[in-house]
Write a protein that binds this ligand. Structure first.
Ligand code: 23J
Ligand code: MN
Length: 258
């Protein structure tokens, strides 16, 4: 018990625990959400050079960074949505809730066949029958294979004249995960936790509405979820401690037994 951290250090050194980076690279090319008129949109991530070993700073290179809170691999805090407006901003999320177990439900085959594919309650119940209940104080990661598109914004957003077509979670399942399961939140590979078509769901954007309203969190634009087992990984999410922030670009790491 007192040696638990030392045991982990030894397991890491021995290669018995692997660190998997679930974070997408953050650059000007990182795909960003596009909302229709009349809604405000987020700016792209951008570095603005301050000096590069030059007259502006002879011995140092540094940049200012610009961009939205909800850019690339990022964390949605409860206050992001009107349903969670009285709850935590991203700086107020307790640190103990940034470390927890993760389980993975893999619907990559179904999302490949139908980009509007939606996860349902019965799918999660089928997972629980095989792997046990969703973890208390942990994450449900929803693998859809969408990370394969993450370096190509058009393919990643997959929009046509009827709007974006990306996989997500249906209304009943979003409500049930928020109200009936003891998870911290959900993590996805797509640009947001909601399906591309969720603007026209009732209510709109049900993952945001129900999960953030229940004080839970979202993690988006994850990478390498295919390298995690269905159960047994430990996830570390490290959003910036932005005072008053609704979310933040986030480094997400998983510890995986090997
Ligand atoms: C604002 C409005 C709609 C959506 C989102 C933000 C996100 O996906 C987000 O990054 O939180 S769907
Ligand atoms: Mn977000």
């Amino acid at each position: 018990m007192t040696d638990a951290v030392q045991n982990l250090v030894a397991a890491l050194a021995a290669g018995q625990v692997e660190v998997v980076d679930l974070t997408q690279p953050l650059s000007e090319e990182t795909p960003i959400l596009r909302l229709p008129e009349p809604f405000a949109n987020t700016p792209r991530f951008r570095l603005r050079e301050l000096s590069h070993y030059d007259e502006r700073g002879p011995a140092w290179y540094w940049n200012a960074l610009e961009g939205g809170e909800h850019t690339g691999t990022h964390f949605d805090a409860p206050i992001h949505w009107v349903t969670g407006q009285d709850q935590d901003d991203v700086s107020q999320v307790p640190p103990g809730r940034l470390v927890g177990p993760a389980v993975v439900i893999d619907h990559a085959d179904r999302a490949a066949a139908d980009p509007d594919h939606l996860l349902r309650v019965e799918d999660v119940e089928a997972f629980e029958a095989d792997h046990g209940p969703l973890p208390e104080g942990g994450w449900l990661l929803y693998r859809t294979g969408w990370d394969a598109r993450a370096q190509d914004e058009a393919a990643f957003l997959n929009a046509d004249d009827t709007g974006p077509h990306t996989p997500g979670i249906d209304v009943a399942c979003a409500r049930w995960l928020a109200d009936e399961r003891p998870i911290l939140g959900i993590g996805v590979e797509t640009v947001g936790t909601d399906a591309g078509a969720a603007h026209s769901f009732d209510p709109p954007f049900p993952c945001h509405s129900f999960l953030l309203g229940a004080g839970k969190y979202g993690l988006t634009q994850l990478a390498n979820v295919d390298r995690l087992p269905p159960t047994g990984a430990l996830l570390i999410a490290a959003p910036l401690k932005i005072v008053g922030g609704s979310g933040s670009p986030t480094r997400v790491l998983a510890l995986v037994p090997r």
